[in-house]
Design a protein around this ligand. Structure first.
Ligand SMILES: C[S@@+](CC[C@H](N)C(=O)[O-])C[C@H]1O[C@@H](n2cnc3c(N)ncnc32)[C@H](O)[C@@H]1O
Length: 201
């Protein structure tokens, strides 16, 4: 065992690759996961609620789309599959997560449209049509606020962010904080203890 968190930059936990299977919007996905990344053994229940309750991009969505904190890439792969013409940016601080997401983008046939990047490597002039995130609550409240203050303003003027947060991890206080920060926030769904928030300007 090591002291790795899922947001460790370079996990030292044994990779031990494994398969994670799930279905979203009638499509089946089989992705590769590994130790040292978030929810390595299954689609996280919060992510599952997000992908079930939020409005997935339509087939003609132009993007670009952002998966903030991509982990092994389940959200990225779903977005890239739903929106076959859109570029999806998959961002994570965890190098292993980025490697897995790149491999999984290839598995779903979207390697040419998925740009996997560390946060500082995303071009500064990109404005995102959609931002999707199961955000890293465990980094701490101040860091989470800093993360959202960094990325939400990168939405295009009519862009939409979809976030999922467990109520017991502060979903409702995050909702209030976003409103205080001047965002329009609609609690789009509440299921299994998770809040799905739709955030716009
Ligand atoms: C709750 S996990 C979600 C992972 C994946 N999207 C999923 O649904 O399984 C949050 C992710 O955010 C990443 N993360 C933590 N701090 C970050 C930061 N400052 N910028 C980008 N990603 C970060 C973590 O490494 C982790 O992979």
């Amino acid at each position: 065992m090591t002291g790795d968190h899922y947001f460790t930059a370079e996990p030292t936990t044994a990779a031990q690759p494994r398969e994670v299977e799930f279905s979203v919007a009638g499509r089946d996905f089989t992705l590769t996961s590994a130790g040292g990344v978030f929810s390595a053994d299954r689609l996280d229940p919060g992510t599952a609620v997000l992908l079930r309750k939020a409005e997935l991009p339509s087939t003609d969505a132009a993007g670009p789309l952002l998966d903030l904190g991509c982990g092994f890439g389940p959200i990225t792969c779903v977005l890239a599959t739903c929106a076959p013409d859109a570029t999806v940016w998959a961002v994570d601080v965890n190098e292993r997560a980025r490697e897995l997401t790149a491999a999984n983008a290839a598995r779903v046939g979207a390697a040419d449209r998925v740009r996997v990047a560390a946060p500082d490597d995303v071009p500064a002039d990109l404005a995102f049509a959609e931002l999707w995130s199961n955000p890293p609550i465990r980094i701490g409240k101040a860091e989470l606020h800093e993360l959202l203050r960094r990325w939400l303003p990168r939405l295009a003027p009519d862009g939409v962010a979809w976030l999922v947060v467990a109520r017991h991890l502060g979903g409702d206080s995050l909702h209030r904080w976003l409103v205080e920060e001047g965002w329009q926030v609609d609690r789009r769904a509440s299921q299994k203890g998770y809040r799905v928030l739709r955030v716009t300007r």
